[in-house]
Design a protein around this ligand. Structure first.
Ligand code: SF4
Length: 437
């Protein structure tokens, strides 16, 4: 952070003043305690060791803005250094010891999103995020790289599967899965078919808007949401199945704030549904998989939404599989570094976070790391491939499809990025914004 001259807090107009009024109490709640327990669970801080990248600094900046020391232009870049994983909130004594008794639960993720939105609304933009969002608006889907992203091709992954359009239950296929990790989308659809779940696809599926919201582009985020909800209503959808935790958190946390009580959809994540199907005997695993694996808890599924049992239940139900769990305090599990646009603006930090994550997995003596988040799988697989003993990265639904005797592979329309055998070596990275030019 730099501040060459005394800052006049009134010079930014109403936007910053409104922001400071809204976040003042939360900022002092953190700033005055000064414990900093959150620093060591923060995946970004563990890599950069820069105090400006800590949850404590994120709150202290608000105090500095209130005191007239800093303006948004001075601090905006600090807030790029966050994956919005939520680990700091879980570790914060304000949350741990008092719960929400004082209505002062630490909400660092919301603060980071709000500060990023203030920056964009004030004209302080990050160059790679700006280009990423412009490309997403242009194409209606995130510009996952090295594959052609066009709205006309958003269903190419389903070629030959004869899937319906519309109906009461809709499968929402994340941009990364629809255009790059297509074997995850195919596996998911085939597993649902095998279990007799009736579902359809959207007429026109746009990006969920979550990345735009996370990077501070709130107006664009809302436009995506309005399109998708209008499409759901037009096709009679009541229940939305997500296969990616980023969509799940966007649909369960952002969309309700946009639409209020009128938002009456049931949002279900695929791991919860598949665990139910296995428990109820509607999905059976007939094919043993003789592998030794561990599980990567996606931050938005585990730390942010408390979903950590269903993926483990599924893994334990697969015959032949040896599942070595990471630890016993699963909500403090380690991040992949892929979230909240970090990989787009700071790919080198994402790569190092992912390298540490796959190294932790390899230390358990496994031959594969199973994830339930398609966005984590590219950086993790890139780093897994570089280990002395290369480590496969597999999506849980790819494993489920194999165990259920259906095969998610075989799509010809776009590149798969791997399948049950592993997703090593995807050359493209979410953190290669030059390719957008
Ligand atoms: S949400 Fe995660 S990445 Fe962001 S400050 Fe908290 S611990 Fe660090």
């Amino acid at each position: 952070m730099t501040a060459d001259a005394p800052y006049d807090p009134t010079s930014d107009g109403e936007l910053q003043q409104e922001f400071v009024e809204q976040w003042r109490n939360a900022a002092y709640g953190c700033f005055s305690s000064g414990h900093k327990f959150c620093r060591e669970v923060c995946p970004v801080m563990q890599v950069t060791r820069n105090e400006n990248h800590t949850p404590t600094a994120f709150h202290a900046n608000v105090v500095a803005m209130e005191q007239g020391a800093y303006g948004i232009a001075d601090v905006a870049e600090d807030y790029v250094h966050c994956t919005q994983c939520g680990a700091c909130e879980l570790r914060c004594p304000n949350t741990l010891f008092t719960g929400d008794f004082y209505r002062n639960r630490t909400q660092t993720v919301k603060l980071v999103k709000a500060m990023r939105a203030l920056a964009v609304d004030s004209g302080v933009e990050q160059p790679h995020w700006k280009r990423w969002i412009e490309a997403t608006v242009d194409r209606r889907n995130e510009p996952v790289l090295e594959v052609p992203v066009e709205q006309e091709r958003v269903r190419d992954w389903a070629e030959g599967l004869d899937l319906a359009t519309g109906g009461e239950t809709v499968l929402f296929v994340d941009c990364e899965a629809a255009f790059f990790r297509t074997s995850v989308a195919r596996s998911t659809a085939q597993v649902l078919n095998a279990a007799g779940v009736e579902f359809g696809l959207m007429r026109e599926q746009w990006c969920c808007g979550g990345p735009a919201s996370e990077m501070g582009y709130t107006a664009h985020a809302r436009n995506f949401a309005e399109h998708n909800v209008a499409d759901w209503r037009a096709i009679g959808a009541r229940r939305i199945i997500t296969l990616d935790p980023h969509d799940y958190i966007t649909f369960t946390e952002d969309y309700p704030t946009y639409f209020g009580a009128a938002y009456d959809f049931e949002i279900l994540h695929i791991t919860e549904l598949v665990a139910d199907l296995v428990r109820d005997g509607k999905l059976t695993f007939t094919q043993p998989i003789e592998r030794v694996v561990t599980y990567h808890d996606p931050c938005r599924l585990n730390k942010r939404k408390g979903i950590h049992e269903s993926p483990r239940e599924i893994l334990r139900a697969i015959p032949g599989l040896t599942f070595k769990d990471v630890d016993h305090v699963t909500q403090w599990s380690y991040c992949s570094g892929a979230g909240a646009g970090l990989a787009i603006e700071k790919p080198e930090i994402t790569a190092e976070i992912s390298r540490r994550r796959v190294t932790q997995a390899a230390d358990l003596g496994v031959d594969a790391l199973v994830s339930a988040c398609v966005w984590s799988e590219r950086p993790l697989s890139e780093q897994g491939a570089k280990l002395e003993q290369p480590l496969d990265v597999i999506d849980l639904m790819e494993l489920v499809a194999q165990a259920a005797g259906v095969d998610g592979r075989g799509v010809t329309a776009v590149r798969s990025g791997g399948a049950v055998a592993g997703v090593r070596g995807g050359e493209a990275s979410r953190g290669a914004p030059e390719a957008l030019a």
